[in-house]
Write a protein that binds this ligand. Sequence first.
Ligand code: KG4
Ligand code: ZN
Length: 358
Amino acid sequence: MTIVLGIETSCDETGVGIVAGGVLLGDALATSMDEHARFGGVVPEIAARAHLHAITPMVEHALDQAGIGFADIDAVAATAGPGLATAVQVGLAAGKAYALSLGVPLYGVHHLAGHAAVDILEHGPLPARCVALIVSGGHTSLLLIGDLARDPVVHLGDTVDDAAGEAFDKVARLLGLPYPGGPVIDRVARDGDPNAIAFPRPMTGPHDAPYRFSFSGLKTAVARWVEQHTDQPLPVADVAASFQEAVADTLTRKALAACRDHQADTLLLVGGVAANSRVRGLAEERCAAAGIRLRVPSPRLCTDNGAMIAAVGDLLVRADVSPDRLDLGPDPSAVLRGALLHGPRDRRQPAGARGTFA
Ligand code: KG4
Ligand code: ZN
C-alpha cells in the first residue's frame, strides 16, 4: 500500500496528514489564528512565519500518530495553490524538500480538490458523478465532479464577489464578534431567531444565474440594518441567526437546483462553511426531501487540514497519475480544474522524472 504524506499551508493552518488506500493513518494541525485575531483577519507574513515554525513538528507528530517513520513514505502531496502566496510557498517548499530527500514523487495539489477529497476518508469512494458545493473563506463554487484524479472539474457557478466564509467573517466583525467569524456566528445564532429579520437571498430570482452566488449585497444589508438600529441594544443573536439563515437558504437552494437540473443523486458539501450547523441541517433536510444523498465531512475535516491534501495525493497515486517536477511553482489564484494544481494530466505525457528538477 502506498503511503502519502500531505501538507497544507494555504492560509493560517499548518496541516499534515498521512493517508494510504483511502484511510487516514494520522494527522496533525497547528494554527496561527490567535496571532491574527487582533488584526481582524489573516496577516500573510505572520501566517508564513508560523508555518515555518510548525511544519517540522507537525510532520513528526503525524508520523508518530500513524506509527510510521520517514522511510515508510512513498509520495508527498502539498498544496500548491490557491492561497496566500507566502504561506503556500512554505508548505510547497517543505513538500519538495521531503520528496527530494526521501527520493519519492511530489504532487502539487489544488487546495479546493482537497476539500472535496477529504470526504473519502470518512464516507468511502466518491460516486462516479456528483454535484459539489465548496464553501470556504475564499471560494464558493457549485461544481460537477467525476473522477477527481482524472476528469476535469466542471464549474456550474462561482461567487461573483465575496465568498460565503468571507461574508461570515465580515458580518461577525460588524457585529463586534472576533475573527474567525463563522464559528462565532454559528454559536451566537443558537440563541437567536432566524426569522427575526428578512435579509435578502441573493441571486435567487427567476432571472438570476441559477448557480452563481453573491454575498456582498447581503453583507451590506446586514450593515445597513445595524446602522439603522442604533437606538436600542443590538440584538446580536437575532442578526446572526437571520444572516446565517439567509446564507444557508441561498446555498442549499442553489445546490439542490444544480442536483436536480444535472440529474445528480449525490451532493457533496465541503469547505469551512460546511462546518456550519445550520448549513448542514438545512442541507440534510432538503436533500432528504428531494431524495438526494448528502455527503458532508465531520466539521473538523471541513476546515483546512492536512488530511485533505494527503487524500488527494492518495487518489492521484492510485490513479497512476504522473507526479510534478520539483520546479513546480505555487499559484496563489489557481482556478480549480482538477486534483493537480495544473489540472488533469494524462499519464502518457509525463511531467518529468520523479523527484528531480529535470
Ligand atoms: O475552508 P476553510 O477552512 O479555509 C479556506 O480555504 O478559506 O474556510 C474558512 C472559512 C472562514 O471564513 C470561517 O469563518 C468559515 O470557513 N467557517 C465557518 C464555520 N467554521 C469555519 N463558517 C460558518 N460556520 C462555521 N461553523
Ligand atoms: Zn480551505
